[in-house]
Structures are given as C-alpha cells and as structure tokens.
Design a protein around this ligand. Structure first.
Ligand code: NAD
Ligand code: UDP
Length: 336
C-alpha cells in the first residue's frame, strides 16, 4: 500500500513519513527541495530503519507527476508541497498562487488521470479568519488576511468542486493550528532558512545564541497577559493525524475538513516561560509592536477529528519545548 507524500522532506512531511513507515505503509516522496534537503529523508530512514522511495520532482511538472503514478501504484496522496511564509506571500503573491494553487491543480490532474482519487491536504486554521473561538469545521471560511492563506482557501474550494464533480474522490482537508516541536530522536525538526518568521524557531535560535533578542509582537491585546493566544500542537501528534486521515480515506469518507489542534490556547509569554523551563536558558525578549494581520486569539475545537478519525493530541507544551530544544542543540547549524 503506497502513499505519495508531496513535500515529504519538509518539516511536517518528514515527521509524517516517519509515522507512515512505522504504521507499515510504503512511502514515495516527491519534493523539489526548495525548502528542504535530501539528507532529511536519510534521517527519516535512520529513525525508522526502513527505506522510502524518493523523486526530486516539482508538483508543477505534469510529466514528473505522471511518471510517479506510472511507476508506482499509489493508493493515496498526502499533499504538503507548497510555499508557506505569510509575509513573503504579501510581497510575491503570484509566486504563491503559481506554486501552491497551480501546482495543486497539476497534481490533482495527474491523480485523476491515473485513477488515484484519495487525498489528504495540508490546510490551515488561517482559513477561519475572524470567526468566534474555538473554531469549528462548520464555520464559514475564506475571510483570510494573506495571499498565503488565500492559496489554502482556494485549494480547499478546488477540492470541493472536484468532489462535487466526481464523488469517487475521498478528500480530507486537515486544518492545522500551530505545529511546533521535533522528533524525539533530535534527527528531524523545523529548520527554516534565514531568519525564522514563526515563534518557536525564533525562540530556539535566540536560546542557542544565533539571534540576539526575541520581539514579542504586541503586549496590548485583550488577552490574559496582553500577548496573542494560539493553539500549539506537537508535530508528531500532527503527523499521526495524517495516518488516521489516510486510513479514513480508504473507507470512502467523501469530502471532510478536520481541525488538527490541541484545543488549548497558550500566549506568547506562556511559550517563552515553557521554553525557559525546558531548556534552562533565560530568553532575552522585548515587547514590540503588533504584527499586521495577527489575530488576538484562536484555538481549535478538535472534537470532530477525535470522533471521526480516532485522533487526539497527546503531547503537551513542555514536551513540545523539550523536543524543539533537543533538535536545536543537536543541529545547531541545521540539517545539510
Ligand atoms: P516546509 O516548507 O518545511 O515543507 C514543504 C515542502 O514542500 C518542502 O520540502 C519544499 O521543498 C517542498 N515544496 C515546495 N514547493 C514544492 C513544489 N512546487 N514541488 C515539490 N515540492 C515542493 O513546510 P511545512 O511546515 O512542513 O508545511 C507543510 C504544509 O503544511 C505546507 O503546505 C504548509 O502551507 C502547510 N501548513 C504549515 C503550517 C506550519 O505552521 N508549518 C501550518 C499550516 C499549514
Ligand atoms: N510571534 C512573536 N514574535 C515572533 C514571531 C511570532 O511574538 O518573532 C507571535 C505572533 O504574533 C503570534 C504567535 O507568536 O501571536 C505565533 O506566531 P507564528 O508566526 O509562529 O504563527 P501564526 O499563528 O502567525 O501562524
């Protein structure tokens, strides 16, 4: 039983490959390594003691996608490949639409042509925009604040149209909240190029001395300590949700969206303090201006994933910080 994982060398993709291999699936990865390196896949193999098949391939390249489906009997696709930097997407929106939206259409065309109609798609809590919290899957989506977020919304809509045109498709839209943490081995984790945009990789680079100071974006929100609240989820829990979602696809579950979060909100200061406790390092930080586009607070109602996928998050915030720090100290210069 083979699963194609697009973007499988990336942060969430690599952790998902580990969980898939450990659950007994055969894994085929397609990645163009635009935001990752092939060595990550060697590490996935080292963790699991199993091999995976890899293609250096771009999802926008129809013949490369066709070749993968011709050479392998793929049961389902888990589609991670995409660009993900919110700020960058406001500067170069067309690159985001071209890579994420056009690339997804090419992938779906190739799937359809080869009779593979099972897909798990990496969506994001960002599609909920300004809804009341906790977010539930039944809420309206699409009030999104960035081109990146809109690519997620558009791809969800494209998959919805595809399903309505042909109900043989089984489609799982996984709306991730804030993935952090790393594999317990310290071999794989989040390894962004340049200065990180996201909170956790920024914190761990300050802790290891590669960045001087964390700026907390806003201390005057209407929250318990004035800083933004998010729902942080351990990347290994998130990876396991994909294994559950793939199993569910095989039952012919139609088109479904699932929130994949912890269901708990933590402030930026909570995360700083948890990280200090896990690492034993005192973090230098200042409270700065709000970051444009940030919502004050959101977290998931993840009960649908619990009920229908049999999944729930098991790893707490202390473990998320501990594993991030373990990965950072074992790989001070990232993965090459
Ligand atoms: P990542 O950048 O680490 O992984 C994405 C992978 O896709 C990389 O290995 C990259 O080289 C590859 N890729 C990009 N464009 C490609 C293309 N055209 N063809 C082939 N490969 C391509 O990102 P991640 O954090 O692992 O995120 C995975 C997915 O989850 C993305 O779609 C992202 O938008 C989504 N997501 C991430 C988060 C998050 O906070 N990390 C939150 C919500 C949703
Ligand atoms: N954040 C921060 N400083 C940083 C990066 C992020 O204070 O250098 C805050 C950000 O305002 C948000 C939270 O940390 O409230 C999580 O941000 P991230 O970019 O990791 O994820 P987002 O929720 O924006 O997708």
């Amino acid at each position: 039983m083979k699963i194609l994982v697009t973007g499988g060398a990336g942060y969430i993709g690599s952790h998902t490959c580990v969980e898939l291999l450990e659950a007994g699936w055969e894994v085929v990865v397609a990645d163009n390594y635009s935001n990752s390196v092939p060595a990550v896949l060697d590490r996935v193999e080292a963790i699991t003691g199993k091999t995976l098949q890899r293609y250096e391939a771009d999802i926008r390249d129809r013949s490369a996608m066709d070749r993968i489906f011709e050479e392998n009997e793929i049961q389902a696709v888990i589609h991670f490949a995409g660009l993900k930097a919110v700020g960058e997407s406001t500067r170069i929106p067309l690159a985001y639409y071209e890579n994420n939206v056009y690339g997804s259409v090419v992938l779906f065309e190739s799937m359809a042509a080869h009779g593979c109609k099972n897909i798990v798609f990496s969506s994001s809590a960002t599609v909920y925009g300004n809804n009341p919290i906790p977010y539930e899957e039944t809420m309206p989506v699409g009030d999104v604040s960035s081109p990146y977020g809109r690519t997620k919304y558009f791809i969800e809509e494209i998959l919805g149209d595809l399903y309505r045109s042909d109900p043989d498709w089984s489609i799982s839209l996984l709306r991730y909240f804030n993935p952090i943490g790393a594999h317990e081995s310290g071999l794989i984790g989040e390894d962004p190029n340049g200065i990180p945009n996201n909170l956790m990789p920024y914190i761990s680079r300050v802790a290891i001395g590669k960045l001087p100071l964390l700026t907390v974006f806003g201390g005057d929100y209407d929250t318990k300590d004035g800083t933004c609240i998010r729902d942080y989820i351990h990347v290994v829990d998130l990876a396991k949700a994909h294994v559950c979602a793939v199993r569910k696809l095989m039952d012919g579950s139609g088109l479904q969206a699932y929130n994949i979060g912890n269901g708990k909100g933590y402030s930026v200061l909570d995360i700083i303090h948890a990280f200090e406790k896990a690492s034993g390092v005192k973090l230098s930080y200042v409270i700065g201006d709000r970051r444009p586009g940030d919502l004050p607070a959101f977290y998931a109602d993840a009960s649908k994933a619990n009920r229908e996928l049999g999944w729930c998050a098991a790893l707490d915030i202390d473990k998320m910080c501990l594993d991030t720090w373990n990965f950072q100290t074992k790989n001070p210069d990232g993965i090459h």
